[in-house]
Design a protein around this ligand. Structure first.
Ligand SMILES: NC(=O)c1ccc[n+]([C@@H]2O[C@H](COP(=O)([O-])OP(=O)(O)OC[C@H]3O[C@@H](n4cnc5c(N)ncnc54)[C@H](O)[C@@H]3O)[C@@H](O)[C@H]2O)c1
Length: 311
């Protein structure tokens, strides 16, 4: 299978591409940055929002027309996009350019949406059909929803085949490049290691953290089911199914690092959600998804992994 991955230098892209290479699939990445973790992923360096997608004719001849596009490229930090909504708008241009590439070449797409589209969902768990667009809390979420809706319209008008995954706080390997991307788990690990105080924006915020291996398991199942025509045009939650509050996250990291951090409590930041626990019924039924990594085990692995790769 020939798979084009946008955002291949990012956390999910790097892990997915390496997993597909293990399976000896043919991979081509597109990203506007070099990959800082590995040189094993063939890369077209290009800003898809500013320059559009390459045409098939411009792809390496030994690659040719892809069988599938996995579209991961995005400015992916909610709070940063609240401060600079233009970066959220840019995501829509990126998605539009990728969708046009898929439409013109009749290539199916897998798109990484976000649990942020749910805004303020109701406990205890959140199923895919419960989105209420009036609950959208941030420009990042607004454009993820817009990207999803564009995909639904392309499926309707142009018979585009798709799967959409709504991801939630993916963590683990290849995500501690803090100078580029401040993700809560690695910020806490980094600050606790340095003996600095940590700031928690609402200890009670309760979310479904997703270990990268579970995320990749779900996307790989999606790739196979989509390409075999078994699961087509579905929107699916993906997470590890092992939620935790930010307070418990800090406690767990501190336990594995054997430190007692000073904690500064702040209210939740504008645009951020305060609750999300995924209903994974659809992922399990349609894909046979079976998340493996509990929150505690995932955090333990991540603390150990990050000791080797201090950013
Ligand atoms: N990681 C998570 O917790 C999470 C949660 C929900 C949704 N998602 C979505 O999953 C996808 C992958 O997330 P990630 O964690 O790997 O993010 P990431 O920031 O690590 O990687 C995204 C990559 O996209 C590239 N990119 C962005 N805009 C581009 C453009 N216009 N042209 C070319 N490259 C561009 C960036 O350079 C980066 O390497 C994103 O769409 C994100 O919104 C991620």
């Amino acid at each position: 299978m020939k798979i084009l991955i946008t955002g291949s230098s990012g956390q999910v892209g790097t892990n997915l591409a390496l997993k597909l290479l293990e399976r000896e699939e043919q991979i081509l990445g597109i990203d506007r940055r070099d990959n800082s973790w590995t040189d094993r992923i063939p890369l077209i360096k290009r800003d898809i929002a500013a320059d559009g997608m390459s045409s098939i004719a411009d792809l390496p001849p030994d690659f040719g027309k892809p069988d599938l596009v996995v579209h991961l490229a995005a400015n992916a930090k909610v709070h940063e996009l609240v401060e600079n909504p233009r970066r959220a708008h840019e995501n829509a241009t990126t998605a539009f350019n990728v969708l046009e590439f898929c439409r013109l070449n009749q290539i199916p797409i897998i798109f990484s949406s976000s649990r942020e589209v749910y805004g303020r969902p109701a406990p205890p768990t959140v199923a895919e059909n419960t989105v209420n667009i009036y609950d959208i809390l941030s420009p990042y979420a607004a454009y993820k929803m817009a990207d999803e809706m564009l995909i639904y319209s392309y499926a309707n008008c142009y018979d585009l085949k798709y799967l959409i995954f709504r991801l939630s706080n993916v963590y683990g390997r290849y995500d501690n490049d803090l100078e580029r991307m401040t993700r809560v788990i690695h910020v806490f690990i980094d600050q606790m290691r340095r003996g600095e105080p940590i700031t928690i924006f609402d200890r009670r915020k309760n979310i479904d953290f997703t270990h990268i291996d579970d995320c990749i398991q779900g996307i790989m199942l999606g790739i196979d089911k989509l390409m075999q025509g078994e699961v087509v045009n579905e929107t699916i939650n993906l997470s590890s199914g092992s939620p935790a509050t930010l307070g418990y996250l800090a406690e767990t990291i501190a336990r594995y690092l054997d430190v007692t951090p000073e904690i500064i409590d702040e209210p939740i930041q504008p645009g951020e959600i305060s609750f999300y626990i995924a209903d994974l019924t659809k992922a399990k039924q349609l894909l046979g998804f079976n998340p493996q990594i509990s929150f505690e085990e995932g955090i333990k692995q991540t603390v150990e992994w990050s000791a080797e790769y201090i950013s």
